[in-house]
Design a protein around this ligand. Structure first.
Ligand code: FEO
Length: 401
């Protein structure tokens, strides 16, 4: 019987393999930071072998009854192994309830993950089995292989590969924040956009270790990739190709302009620069931070070569909303190569210097800003033309155009 918000009956992926997690239609914010316009899901998977049964990942604590109800519906009376690919509570947070309900179950994870789960949830040391990279556990006719994948996106993470069925259970990796009744990806366009946004918000800061982890799994055969957020990939090549592009490719001939305008001057300058860049053959994406979805901005940063920040001066510095966006971009570490600042001030201030100091993790060349007093004059429009030409030239020189 379905009786909890987020209930969706267990669904069979293959004989003896079920999706048993929860769909969170109403969640609108993750980590009190990341907007979730399409909700999310916390996927967990039950794998029955001829001798043993494993549960892969659990669910966010408010949804634990959904998981338990699903296991009851499948008449699961014994679980031998609960695999914790990742210690973050949206996947591990039901550990106490599951280990209590199934007293014979052993928690399987990396040594680092074990420490985190004990610290966070007070689980007894004796309930754990830690696994090394490439170690396996037999369920009888099925084998689980554990692939250590540090910094995807925490240091303790691993992926679980079900060898005989060629299914990868990668937890956050290859996931997307979508609440859906579809077990598998149906709308590839929607999934691509959601996965790209998810990449930007969660994986992009760890692009270099992720490159290593993508190389590590490139010789594995996958029929299915079953992440712990969003629909399952039954055409895994699509998401792997997208991840390889986001992780390895050079940025495109693209400028992203996040800006704020208080009395219209910065907006005019942004509009002028957008037009000038367009004439130079550069693609531009502008975001009015007063009204933009910060997740869409993050998604746009994935392949932008240049970021131009537009801000007026407020209390001698950048507008606080711009400062927030700059700090966020610094944390997300996109692969942009160039940055600049445009905007205006009334009588003084240090907005440009302060913004530059907020983005030390961006390995960018700072192009000459166009930061002016009052409204733009003829020389200021020319300076914006020059900035557009410089950006286009830099993109060409770096083979980004
Ligand atoms: Fe979905 Fe890193 O937790």
């Amino acid at each position: 019987m379905l009786k909890h918000a987020g209930d969706l009956k267990p669904r069979e992926i293959k004989k003896g393999i079920y999706s048993v997690g929860a769909v969170d239609w109403d969640r609108r914010l993750f980590d009190s930071l990341i907007p979730l316009p399409d909700g999310t899901s916390y996927n967990a998977y039950l794998v029955k072998g001829s001798q043993k049964t494993a549960l892969i990942d659990t669910v966010d604590p408010p949804m634990k009854d959904v998981l338990i109800n699903n296991l009851d519906q499948l008449d699961v009376t014994k679980i031998d192994y609960v695999i914790f690919n990742h210690a973050e509570p949206d996947h591990s947070g039901s550990i106490v309830e599951i280990l209590t309900k199934y007293p014979e179950a052993i928690a399987v994870c990396t040594a680092k993950c074990k420490g985190m789960l004990i610290d966070r949830f007070g689980v007894a040391d004796g309930r754990f089995k830690t696994v090394e990279d490439k170690e396996t556990i037999s369920l009888g006719d099925r084998t689980l292989e554990f692939i250590h994948a540090p910094w995807v996106h925490w240091p303790e993470t691993m992926l679980t590969y079900l060898r005989e069925d060629k299914i990868l259970f990668p937890c956050d990796f290859f996931g997307s924040h979508i609440a859906t009744t579809d077990l598998y990806v149906k709308d590839e366009g929607q999934e691509y956009e959601a996965a790209r946004r998810y990449w930007a918000e969660i994986m992009m800061p760890f692009r270099l270790p992720i490159q290593k982890n993508l190389d590590k799994i490139k010789d594995y055969m996958f029929d299915i990739i079953a992440p712990s957020h969003g629909p399952i990939h039954n055409k895994p090549d699509l998401i792997i190709k997208a991840y390889r592009s986001w992780a390895f490719d050079e940025p495109g001939n693209i400028v992203v302009i996040p800006y704020i305008s208080m009395h219209g001057i910065t907006r005019k300058m942004v509009a002028y620069l957008v037009e000038a860049l367009t004439r130079q053959g550069v693609t531009v994406k502008q975001f009015d931070l007063a009204a933009s979805d910060i997740g869409k901005l993050a998604g746009a940063l994935v392949d932008a070569a240049t970021i131009v920040i537009g801000t007026p001066t407020v209390m001698a510095g950048p507008h606080p909303t711009v400062a927030y966006a700059a700090l966020l971009a610094n944390a997300l570490r996109p692969k942009a190569k160039f940055a600049s600042v445009i905007g205006s001030y009334g009588w003084g201030g240090r907005a440009v210097e302060q913004i530059a100091a907020m983005i030390p993790q961006l390995k960018v060349e700072i192009l000459p800003p166009v930061y002016i007093q009052g409204a733009p004059k003829e020389a200021d429009w020319l300076a914006l033309d020059k900035l557009a030409a410089t950006i286009a030239q830099k993109h060409k020189e770096n083979h980004l155009a």
